[in-house]
Design a protein around this ligand. Sequence first.
Ligand SMILES: Cc1ncc(COP(=O)(O)O)c(C=O)c1O
Ligand SMILES: [Zn+2]
Length: 429
Amino acid sequence: MAYVSGLRCRECSREYPAEALNVCDFCFGPLEVDYDYDAISQVISKDNISKGPLSIWRYQDLLPASGETPVDIMAGYTPLIKANNLGKRLGLNNLYIKNDSVNPSYSFKDRVVSVAATKALEFGFETLSCASTGNLACSVAAHAARAGMKSVVFIPSDLERGKIIGAAVYAPTLVSVDGNYDEVNRLCSEVGDNYPWAFVNINMRPYYAEGSKTLGYEVAEQLGWRVPDHAIVPSASGAMFTKIWKGFNELACLGLLDGVDSMPFGEDQNTVHHPAVVTKMHMTQAEGCSPIVTAWKEGQSHVMPVKPNSVAKSLAIGNPADGIYALRVIKNSGGSGTIVPEPEVVEGIKLLAQTEGIFTETAGGVVISGLKKLAESGAIKPDELTVAYITGNGLKTQEAVEEVVNPLSVKPTLSSFEEALSNFSPVGR
Ligand SMILES: Cc1ncc(COP(=O)(O)O)c(C=O)c1O
Ligand SMILES: [Zn+2]
């Protein structure tokens, strides 16, 4: 069962029943899930978690949908890899990569969609829908297929081929919109008013967003119930960034981190900060769409929308829904924001591939180049425990790195091969 006590407005704290709602009627603030943490603390333990399924549903007590019959294509439980080669390049001795690019539909979105799809079925919806920058469409279509639901996914028309095919293969109704993500999102809000569909990131958003907390839980569990000193995260809406932080703090408050005493959650469960959570949350965005980091650099508490123009299309949200809350997490955690120049996105992809054998998409390129800047500036000390979140797969954004294709073209003879080899100069490293 799920330990949800209701929804609460993040701005005015008004309470709402746990229904398919996302906006406060009074102040238009976003709604968030409230939990009965007393009840959760009675049942949850490290031992129980470790005996759970090898997916996000091992943390079902902390998720807002019932884990008894989840819509589950095995999202989560992805590798945390000690990155010694990349660490050596960057002067970091304690660097880990959370490789979430190996989820079933090849991005972290499977975590949020598995929760939203499960909740949508609970509510009796028959159609799963979303406004997407690409990865979400793939994941919604995949989970709908698994659940036997219909799906209607909306994407900007200029997405990479791998994302379009990666969604279309599950046979959703794929709607290609002549506009950017923010326009797609506006259209979807209107569609949602007229069709009885579960839009995972609109009317299901409070439940959906909670799925990203598992990126915090998993890293802590994989580190032996510890939190890192630094987390490097890519942001578009800013939701995942806030939820990783929330996940770390929930574990601490429930006394699930090693050697850490539990602490009450207080009235606003979403702003709790346990002093044992020392993680500095570092946001990375690409230069062509960096509204949240720009606001942070300028010391603003609000985010000015921008018109995106970036190779990192998965992060191209100009008007980020969770921007102000993400800004608070940067501040409260003592973290930072880094803007990655556009050409360095591809450099980051290549650096990770050529040091650790992990092929990430453009969002991961943003993270690795951002990490490099943080290491070079001394913001991360050599021995500090650092986790870089790699949230999507490079096979979906092949266009970005086509320049790497430079094969030795030979005839099927040894002499042809040897002649080509003698003229070969390796590129890339
Ligand atoms: C691969 C990848 N990483 C990160 C993000 C950013 O997530 P959020 O919107 O929660 O900030 C996205 C968003 O679509 C994504 O596709
Ligand atoms: Zn309100």
